[in-house]
Each structure stands twice: as structure tokens, then as C-alpha cells.
Design a protein around this ligand. Sequence first.
Ligand SMILES: NC(=O)c1ccc[n+]([C@@H]2O[C@H](COP(=O)([O-])OP(=O)(O)OC[C@H]3O[C@@H](n4cnc5c(N)ncnc54)[C@H](O)[C@@H]3O)[C@@H](O)[C@H]2O)c1
Length: 364
Amino acid sequence: MTHDFTFGRYKSSVHIEKDIPELASILAAMKPDRVILVCDTNTAELAEGVKGGVDAAVCVLPAGESAKTWQSVEKILRAAGEAGLGRDGALVAVGGGVVSDLSAFAASVYKRGAGLVIVTTTLLGMVDAALGGKTGFDMFGIKNFAGTFYPARHVYMPLAALGTLPSREWRSGLAELIKTLMLDDSFYAEETRRQLLALKGALTGGSAPPPITEAAATLIDRSAAVKGRIAQNDPEERGGERMLLNLGHTFAHALESAAGLGRLSHGEAVAWGLSRACALGEELGVTPPERAEAVRAVLEELGYETGAPHPALADREAFMRALKDDKKKMEGLFRFVVPSQSGACLVTIDSDSLGLIEETAGLE
Ligand SMILES: NC(=O)c1ccc[n+]([C@@H]2O[C@H](COP(=O)([O-])OP(=O)(O)OC[C@H]3O[C@@H](n4cnc5c(N)ncnc54)[C@H](O)[C@@H]3O)[C@@H](O)[C@H]2O)c1
């Protein structure tokens, strides 16, 4: 399955395939003069599989968010320089969102813009990070402090890579998958519920048994279509439709901060944030109750926490502080994306109505 998108002046093709793509076929699609591969210690084997017999350097980074640093960017740039990559060369990222965000940033600045291919190997990468052109790395203790917009020319989503993905990473990616699908009416079809529940085994079992492959492929395909369409309409997030991709995230970020960074996986927080966004939307008369109920039911069936307050939410002050610090706060107004009759919409809450947010988070 292939989707073609245009993000501003860049064209991006997404290939959802069963197997790990081989560098030889990637090169045939792009014809760069030289390539290097970038991966982390957990995806090095996958990167070797991509490389096959082609002569190309492999830059291996440490795994995890703690490696999303300027030092890693420097390591990629150095590897590209040492390999003699010209502007017509390409970086091929093989990994999750950390590897793809870092490689995409490096590609965007290397000789003022080298070629970029992403072979994304996590569910979160497939449904979110690899598509849409946001790049970046963490700095000064702030996530994604620096970054650019630089979409990959080709994004490969090989389902085979998901076979080794730990269950914690499945839980993280699945919450983002649900978020993206909620922006499309098809989320509320019984068929979608069935397909999501077919992935339940991967959330506890660790690896993906063959029967889930079809459901995963269908959902990832639909998610790519939804995210790609939205990002295409607002490629640099200039206050347009792309804001909707923050559905559930205002609550999620505040929960993550209040619980202590790293205690909850981002996906756990997003799932809870989605249930709170539904509750807020219902309270405001924007989210139809049957939609809110459908979202909560599927999240609960998948084992996510949806109740208020969240068990990890002990520090009320920290939650409200994080909410107030949130970048989505604009001119004294708090902005939340909530499900609506069709997709989702932005609602604003003024400081006088913050009690409603506390109530929605179960803090009263
Ligand atoms: N650019 C964007 O639009 C965007 C969107 C969402 C998230 N992100 C970024 O993505 C990052 C999170 O992405 P992520 O969840 O993929 O994290 P990640 O890249 O750290 O991957 C999670 C873990 O899984 C391992 N892993 C990767 N593929 C594997 C596989 N096939 N089998 C076994 N282990 C594997 C990794 O080594 C890592 O330990 C964050 O830094 C976030 O800011 C970017």
C-alpha cells in the first residue's frame, strides 16, 4: 500500500509493506549517489537487514529518548561527512521516532539538505513520528527544543519490524493510533473496534502473532492516510488543521509532568488524555455522548486507564502547573482538542473556568 503526499514543497511517499525493505530497492526508487544508514543499538540488526549486500556505512546510536541529543546529531553528521556523502546522497534512518527525528534533522542541515529515507520500526513511528516532516532533538532539558520541518522522500513501514517490538512500545503506539483514527469518522465503525481489539495480544505478549498482521496493516494504512491528509493541509503547523493531532495531549502532557517524567509511558498518558478530552467535550456539549462512550469502552477493553483521577496523579498542584505552562496556552486561554460530531475541534477555556478542567481530571 502506498500513499503519496505533498508537504509544502516536499513530496513524500509512504510504503506500508510486509517485509523489511532492501537498500537496493530503496536506491532504485531514489538514485542517491551515496547513502549511510542510521539506527540505534536495538535496531542495528534490522539496519543490517536493510543494508543487505550494499556497501554503506552504518551509524549506530544509543537507544532511547536520552540519546535524542545534539551529540547524536553530531555523530550522524560526522558519519555522513566521513562517508563522503554529497548533497545528492541520502540518509536512511532505520528505527523508531528517536532515530527518525534525529536523522531527519541531520539530513535537513547536512550540506543544506541531503536526501532522507525513513524505515520506521515502531508502531509509534508508523502512526506518528515518521510521517509529516517534523524533526528535532532535545536540549536544555526540553523535549524537541530544536528542530526543522523536513519530510522524508520515502517512508517505509515494514510490518515485519513490529514482531520484535516490546509490549510497552505497542501500548505507546496504539494510543497514538487511536488518537489519529479518532479524527476520522471511520473510527466509530464496529469494524475498527474489532481491528483494534485484535491487537490486544501484542499489548501483553510482547510480539505480534500472525493473525494481528492484517488488522495492524489496515489500521496503520488508515492512520497514515488520516495523518498525511491533515499534515498536508497544514505542513508547518501554522494554526490550521494539524493542531487537531494534539487531541488528548494537553491532559496527557500535564499528567506525564505531574506523575514524574518517565513514570508513565507517553501512550498511557495519551490514552488517559483521550478519555479526559471526551469527558471535557461532553461537558461542553461538543462531544456526542455515544462517541465519548465508544472511545472510553475501546480504551478500557485494551486495558488503558481512563478513570479520573489517574492513579499516578497524586500531585494536583503539579498537574495544574504543567497545564498552565503548556505551550497550547495562548493569550490567557487554554486550548484543548476534543472529539466532535465529525472528527475533532479546538475549544478554549479561560482562566476563570479552570475548575472545569480540575473536575474533568478528577482533582475536585
Ligand atoms: N516527528 C514527529 O512528528 C513525532 C511525532 C511523535 C513522536 N515523535 C518522537 O518520537 C519519539 C518516540 O518514538 P518511539 O516511541 O518510536 O521511540 P524510540 O525510537 O525510542 O523507540 C522505542 C524503543 O524501541 C526500540 N525499538 C525500535 N524499533 C524496534 C523494533 N522493531 N524491535 C524492538 N525494539 C525496537 C528502540 O530502540 C527504543 O528502545 C519521541 O522522541 C517523540 O518526540 C516525533
